[in-house]
Design a protein around this ligand. Structure first.
Ligand code: SF4
Length: 480
């Protein structure tokens, strides 16, 4: 759709309007965002699957072509509605009377509960329907039933009628939309509304002053009151925060490191933590999918299903060997993955992971699925040693930028070994690409991108642990 301050208000624009008006103003004027191009596999296969199953609730429904005016009574999918004031895409419309233009509206959501914000969304679509010449009769939200154990549409979904819950919202939309339209047409850019959303905003370089190099939103878990003070005082850089600004213990530590440019390294804690490691070491990282539509026996919506791991094993002589598993089709990954992981049966040392909760959860899911393997899997779970926990309590460098993810920590300690050169740069990317490949297939280079990412995690753990050892032994350079 053509973007200009005079375009109709879209669903997406309406939803993001509450976050930052300046962002909308930039977007609606077609200003260029500094965000990297998105590869075509980075779309949510999961959302697509939920909609596909939901459509099976309406046998005989058909897709509406863009701009097609609905003439026949019955069910229509993906209907684009546009008037001079509003535009939206309705997931499912049931045209009940073609002369009176009466319709029922169904909104599909890939969540296991009905959130209040969904009502705003349906109210907006109802107003959009009216502006497009329809007479909305009843409105429904279709969301996922958390107890579903199979992808049968009658079991997978809960259908809630929300018609009576929309009234107040419907009344307020025209006035709010008019105010939004005025704002988008004004020549002067609206004020900033700084918040964590700015960290992901592609307009930050043109919105924030150049002098801000250590954004205040690197501080984790700022509460509403703290954020309000920051907005009122326009403190955008951590170094602007005065001592009187109330912070919790972790925020205080991070503020101090950035203000004094002095890294924090707790030698006693690191020494104590490293002394708990038992040789020979293993380094383990899983990648897992959590599809909203249960895929295999015993799974619930959003249940974890591991499809890949990278394991590095030290032998008694200190030599390291690597074992990978990557499932390459749509069948159940658990049998193949478990068989390959069983090299851990005979392993007795510590298993280094980054975020033990996730790896522990995967090991326990595998144990529940295969009781014959529960013994050695429980043994492996009991030997997990969480590197992230140690870093979180023992180290903070300015380069962490408020985060303790392996990606951020590795980038700060070993910039040449960062994830920036990889095709897959996050767990979410990995999930997207894996889902894309098992459905559409791909080249060996695509599969290799998944292997490279998972290996980078285990190799990264080896490097980070090595750096902690150097600091403890006093053999490495102190960071700046
Ligand atoms: S950087 Fe923040 S304040 Fe500026 S436009 Fe983006 S979201 Fe709004």
């Amino acid at each position: 759709m053509k973007t200009s301050p005079f375009s109709p208000i879209t669903n997406r624009l309406w939803q993001s309007g509450s976050q930052c008006k300046r962002l909308l103003w930039y977007k609606q004027r077609g200003l260029k965002e500094s965000i990297p191009p998105r590869p075509d596999w980075r779309t949510s296969v999961a959302k697509h699957q939920v909609h596909e199953v939901a459509r099976r609730l309406f046998p005989g429904g058909r897709f509406a072509a863009r701009g097609e005016s609905l003439r026949n009574e019955g069910t229509w999918f993906d209907v684009w509605l546009e008037s001079d004031r509003y535009a939206c895409r309705a997931d499912i419309l049931v045209l009940k009377d073609k002369n009176k233009r009466t319709v029922d509206l169904y909104r599909v959501k890939s969540a296991t509960r009905l959130y209040d914000r969904y009502l705003d969304d349906v109210a907006f679509q109802t107003v959009c329907l009216r502006a497009a010449g329809f007479v909305p009769d009843r409105q429904f939200i279709i969301h996922i039933n958390p107890a579903a154990d199979r992808p049968d549409p009658d079991v997978l979904f809960v259908i809630s009628e929300v018609t009576d819950r929309l009234n107040g919202r419907l009344r307020s939309i025209p006035a709010k939309a008019a105010a939004l339209r005025r704002l988008l047409r004004q020549e002067k850019e609206p004020g900033r509304r700084p918040g964590y959303h700015c960290m992901e905003c592609g307009f930050r370089s043109q919105c924030w002053p150049d002098e801000v190099t250590e954004p205040v939103f690197w501080l984790p878990a700022l509460n509403d009151d703290q954020q309000q003070i920051i907005r009122n005082r326009e403190w955008l850089d951590i170094r602007q925060l005065p001592d009187s600004f109330p912070v919790n213990q972790r925020q205080a530590l991070i503020r101090e490191v950035h203000q004094n440019r002095q890294p924090f390294i707790h030698h006693t804690l690191l020494t104590d933590s490293l002394s708990q490691l038992r040789q020979p070491l293993a380094f383990l990282d899983f990648e897992a999918d959590n599809p909203p539509v249960p895929r295999f026996q015993g799974m619930k919506p959003f249940g974890q299903i591991p499809y890949q791991f990278s394991l590095l094993l030290h032998d008694e002589s200190g030599q390291m060997s690597g074992i990978d598993y990557l499932h390459r089709d749509g069948s159940d990954p658990r049998p193949g993955l478990l068989e390959r992981l069983s090299v851990l049966r005979n392993h007795q040392g510590s298993i280094v992971v980054y975020n033990h909760q996730f790896e522990r959860q995967i090991l326990s899911l595998l144990a529940a699925w295969s009781p014959d393997d529960a013994g050695w899997l429980a043994g492996a779970a009991s030997r997990l040693w969480d590197l992230q926990e140690v870093v979180q309590h023992g180290v903070y460098l300015p380069g962490f930028q408020g985060k303790y993810s392996l990606k951020q920590v590795l980038n700060a300690l070993y910039p040449r070994f960062s994830y920036g050169t990889l095709t897959v740069q996050s767990g979410l990317d990995s999930q997207y690409l894996w889902n894309h490949l098992i459905v559409n297939g791909g080249s060996e280079t695509d599969w290799q991108a998944l292997l490279d990412y998972c290996r980078r995690d285990t190799e990264g753990m080896v490097l980070v642990l090595g750096k902690l050892r150097e600091w403890v032994q006093g053999t490495g350079n102190q960071p700046d």
